[in-house]
Ligand binder design. Structure first.
Ligand code: FES
Length: 111
């Protein structure tokens, strides 16, 4: 595993997400998500239905909802849990070290 700093923990309040400066292997930005249960996730910041940033959507539990047409994605698997999206979104391992949120972009957790 090869973790890279994505942001500081203070930049993402619980229940919110942040578009980071990191680019994923698919060429889009990586969004970091912090749930109200204090779990951290990293996901491609692009809905699989159209080119819309998921970081601008709502975080509910361990799901994120695209604001455009309402598709929901499970942040643990990347799989859509609500239409119209049918394809998963890449997700990546996250760890927190001190005040930093680190993401491993060499691995996806979608299997
Ligand atoms: S663009 Fe996200 S659901 Fe349509």
């Amino acid at each position: 595993m090869s973790f890279t700093r994505a942001c500081g923990i203070g930049e993402v309040p619980p229940g919110r997400s942040l578009a980071t400066e990191l680019d994923s292997p698919t060429g889009v930005a990586v969004a970091v998500v912090h749930t109200v249960d204090d779990e951290w996730y990293a996901i491609d910041d692009e809905c699989s239905h159209a080119e819309v940033p998921l970081s601008e959507g709502e975080v509910e539990g361990c799901e994120i909802e695209c604001w455009m047409h309402g598709s929901r994605f499970d942040l643990r698997t990347g799989k859509p849990t609500g239409p119209p999206a049918t394809a998963p979104v890449p997700i990546y391992p996250v760890t927190v070290e001190g005040d930093d949120v680190l993401v491993d972009l060499t691995t996806t957790l979608n299997d």
